[in-house]
Design a protein around this ligand. Structure first.
Ligand code: PLP
Length: 399
């Protein structure tokens, strides 16, 4: 019996129950996690409250940043930050073509026009050359994505700072990532937006957070995430406290409930262990894949600051990816693709426009990227099995 779990959004969590299978993704869940959630259930306080507040403090401490505001997802975190910018409707927001669709949809939901920017082949991160050209043509804000856990190039920060264009960091893959200036935490941008979705390095099933040095943004986010209400439920139900509240802005419903916060806190306590295990697995993959002709690992050299969220390879040009995927599947190995470039989504034509350099690199690589299983509970033997099966499949299906 095989059971593939698919999330409500349609994204497979990759969890399979067939003995011997290698799922694409498997969250690390230990007894402490289960106890933390159970204790919250027993407390009878389920929505945003003490656990969520504690998680915000602990996350801000870990990242070395003043404010962390926990929200329902990274998508909501991005949307809230973009709303905060208060740009006129239709303002142009640069986003990489190579990202999950919600990076761009968060700009659409804030009333803006996403402009798709090309990427660099080696990192699949924003190309500073394409970004520069798009800034010349006119951008009102930029969302930079730290793809796979590798921080965007310093040039991305500098180019935005030079033009005084606000930069929001999509750090969905980047909890624990660092660049030359330390941990990715939103201190050098408007904010960093994290995801705690089921496949992420730290997971609460669903969830996200905004981290920033900007107290005004943090205050805005705290009200905007709960309908713009001036006082959240936690405060309204405190004994002796009034129940009245005002509504300051047309906010959204995107608060982070305590059941999830309890899991997030428990995961944060062992986060460095989880990251160390990912780092060792990536090292093993890199060592093994160096022997496989035609495969390029992304990025080609180990990035010491990476959060090691994804293990992405580029298949040799002209290789049939569907055949490789099917062959790995027959060997019991699940894979995924990060990402389908945004310009290829036909239904999105009316929402997205291309930047001045086009998206030629993303287009050229679109059929070559493949993400291999990577999570702390993956064993060394499983990594070897994946690499052997991949080598064989590539041998068969490369031109
Ligand atoms: C780059 C990127 N940005 C944003 C998101 C959205 O995260 P969430 O599911 O927490 O909204 C994802 C999720 O997979 C992602 O990969």
């Amino acid at each position: 019996m095989t059971d593939t779990t698919v999330s409500p959004s349609g994204r497979s969590t990759g969890v399979r129950t067939h003995a011997g299978d290698v799922p694409f993704s498997l969250p690390s869940i230990e007894e402490d996690d289960i106890e933390a959630v159970t204790a919250t259930l027993r407390s009878r306080w389920l929505t945003t409250g003490g656990q969520s507040l504690e998680f915000e403090r602990e996350l801000a401490d870990y990242l070395g940043v003043q404010h962390a505001v926990a929200v329902a997802s990274c998508t909501h975190a991005l949307e809230i930050c973009l709303h905060y910018l208060g740009l006129p409707a239709g303002s142009r927001v640069g986003v990489p073509d190579w990202t999950f669709v919600s990076t761009a949809l968060s700009a659409v939901h804030a009333g803006y026009q996403p402009v798709l920017i090309d990427i660099e082949e080696h990192t699949l991160n924003l190309s500073p050359v394409s970004l520069d050209a798009a800034l010349d043509q006119g951008l009102d804000a930029v969302v930079g994505v730290h793809f796979g856990g590798s921080a965007v190039r310093e040039d991305v920060h500098l180019l935005c700072a030079d033009r005084a264009v606000p930069l929001v960091e999509d750090a969905a893959h980047a909890l624990g990532a660092s660049d030359g200036n330390g941990l990715v935490n939103g201190r050098r941008s408007v904010a960093a937006c994290f995801s705690f979705y089921a496949t992420k390095n730290l997971t609460s099933g669903e969830g996200g957070a905004i981290t920033t040095e900007n107290g005004d943004l943090a205050d805005f986010a705290r009200t905007f995430r709960l309908h713009g209400m001036s006082r959240d439920a936690w405060k309204r139900y405190l004994p002796g406290d009034g129940f009245l509240y005002d509504v300051n802005s047309a906010g959204i419903k995107a608060n982070f409930p305590d059941i999830l916060a309890a899991l997030a806190r428990s995961q944060l306590r062992r986060f460095s262990q989880l990251q160390a295990r990912r780092r060792r697995l990536v090292g093993r993959y890199r060592h093994n894949l160096a022997q496989v002709r035609g495969i390029s690992v992304v990025p080609p050299h180990a990035d010491p600051g990476s959060a090691d969220h994804l293990m992405v390879v580029l298949l040799p040009p002209g290789t049939s990816r569907p055949r490789v995927v099917a062959e790995l599947h027959r060997a019991g190995i699940s894979t995924s693709v990060h990402f389908q470039p945004l310009h290829l989504f036909r239904g999105m034509d009316k929402h997205f426009v291309l930047g001045p350099t086009g998206v030629g690199t993303a287009d050229r690589l679109a059929q070559r990227a493949l993400s291999l299983p990577l999570y702390p509970d993956l064993t060394d033997d499983q990594v070897d099995r994946v690499c052997d099966a991949l080598a064989l499949a590539v041998l068969r299906h490369a031109p």
